[in-house]
Write a protein that binds this ligand. Structure first.
Ligand SMILES: C[S@@+](CC[C@H](N)C(=O)[O-])C[C@H]1O[C@@H](n2cnc3c(N)ncnc32)[C@H](O)[C@@H]1O
Ligand code: SF4
Length: 399
């Protein structure tokens, strides 16, 4: 399977909590611009396609395409469609593929959404974050709850599926505020929701305010209570969890994200984007051993563009994924999924199965996982204490 991720590193304004690789017009500086982004991204794709060919990698048509950011919808719809058309031309896109763009609710209107639908997009993921005005203010958001509703209605009218992102645990958000946001997301009638615990990044404005004591630190118990509220209300509304931070109506899960969790190949295009090739054989070396490869693009749009202008794939670096890292990733990812961790695909040579069985039985006794048909599946408690479950599983594999 093959997926394409396109990172669009621009935002109108940086939200105080966010440390994503994104730039406002002010921090962009000279030599990089939103205006030529689509052309540069298309040039990068050609370079990547050549690189794949030189290494004997023949990808099937993309099964999913995801435009993330930053704020992809800061670009004109025509630019996003031009990039999508270039993907069609270079790799092909499967019939019925899932083609998503993230959108800040205040950067889209009915006309942009209609244009995206006509251009082949199938899904929009809106950064809703909260439905409560004081929480939106603390998060430095520029949109209003009405913007989100208008966006979702426009998507529905254009035949697109919608998802919304929520954040819980913002300073000053109480349990009722959070219930209001969860209910508002449900009332929008979307078929997919992501809800993330606020991560406090030390280098952000919010990180500095929390470090200085101007804003209170998020509290683990408060966040756990909010996770339970989300899970209860979403489930009652027919949105079932399928990954720790994601809920969907059955059949509306994000196929793109599931692909990441299933270790497929993906090409990451755009500043800072990561690529992954499950089986890569270094070229020109007779005794080359196939391995998994991870590569990531140069983060700053100007330096990224310079490398492309020099005719080179704009990777900052790449690394081999060792069997041990692959095992760690498989365990971490599997324990985030409703489907659970499939023990039959793990490296059993590393440990006798009776020790594994005993360790899993202990996790079951502690109410952290269930075990069925060779799969270790996290319980609600196991989702809340995901780090502990992963740590204990790593220990079982001597990782
Ligand atoms: C690229 S943004 C989505 C599109 C658009 N940029 C927007 O914010 O509306 C991806 C999502 O990451 C989440 N996010 C970003 N920084 C976060 C943080 N520090 N803690 C938790 N979630 C975060 C937000 O929910 C956000 O919607
Ligand atoms: S949360 Fe979205 S809009 Fe806000 S700075 Fe991050 S990427 Fe930009």
């Amino acid at each position: 399977m093959f997926e394409v991720y396109v990172h669009v590193p621009f935002c109108l304004r940086r939200c105080g909590y966010c440390d994503f690789n994104t730039y406002t017009a002010v921090d962009l500086g000279g030599g990089a611009s939103r205006g030529n982004y689509a052309a540069m991204a298309i040039r990068e794709m050609r370079l990547v396609r050549d690189w794949q060919e030189r290494h004997g990698i023949a990808e099937p048509p993309a099964s999913t395409v995801f435009f993330g950011g930053g704020t992809p919808t800061i670009l004109p719809a025509d630019d996003l469609i031009a990039i999508l058309n270039a993907i069609r031309e270079l790799w092909g896109v499967e019939d019925g593929a899932e083609i998503t763009t993230e959108a800040n609710p205040d950067t889209v209107n009915a006309a942009t959404i209609r244009a995206l639908a006509d251009g082949g997009f199938t899904r929009v993921s809106f950064g809703m974050q909260s439905a409560v005005p004081h929480v939106l203010r603390t998060l430095d958001r520029t949109h209003t709850p009405a913007n989100v509703e208008a966006g979702v209605l426009a998507a529905e009218a254009a035949g697109l599926r919608s998802s919304v992102d929520l954040i819980y645990g913002a300073p000053g958000e109480n349990l009722d505020d959070w219930r209001t946001s969860v209910r508002a997301a449900i009332d929008l009638g979307v078929n997919h929701v992501s809800a993330y615990a606020l991560t406090v990044e030390p280098t952000t404005k919010m990180g500095r305010q929390i470090a200085a004591g101007v804003l209170p630190k998020p509290d683990d118990d408060d966040e756990a209570a909010k996770y339970e509220i989300a899970d209860e209300l979403f489930s009652a509304a027919g949105l079932q969890w399928y990954e720790i931070s994601n809920w969907a109506r059955p059949g509306s899960e994000s196929r793109h994200n599931l692909g990441y969790w299933r270790n497929v190949d993906w090409a990451g295009i755009g500043p800072g984007a990561h690529s992954h090739y499950a089986t890569f054989t270094p070229g020109g070396e007779e005794d080359a051993v196939p391995h998994s490869l991870r590569a990531w693009d140069i983060a700053h749009p100007r330096l990224w563009g310079e490398r492309i202008n020099a005719g080179q794939v704009p990777w900052a670096d790449s690394e081999t994924i060792t069997p041990e890292e692959s095992l760690e990733e498989a365990i971490m990812l599997g324990l985030r999924l409703r489907k659970g961790l499939d023990l039959t695909v793990l490296d059993h040579a590393r440990m006798p199965s009776d020790r594994l069985s005993a360790g899993i039985a202990e996790l079951e006794r502690d109410g952290l996982v269930g075990f069925r048909e060779s799969r270790v599946v996290p319980t609600l408690r196991g989702r809340l204490l995901n780090d502990t479950v992963i740590e204990r599983m790593f220990a079982l594999f001597d990782l």
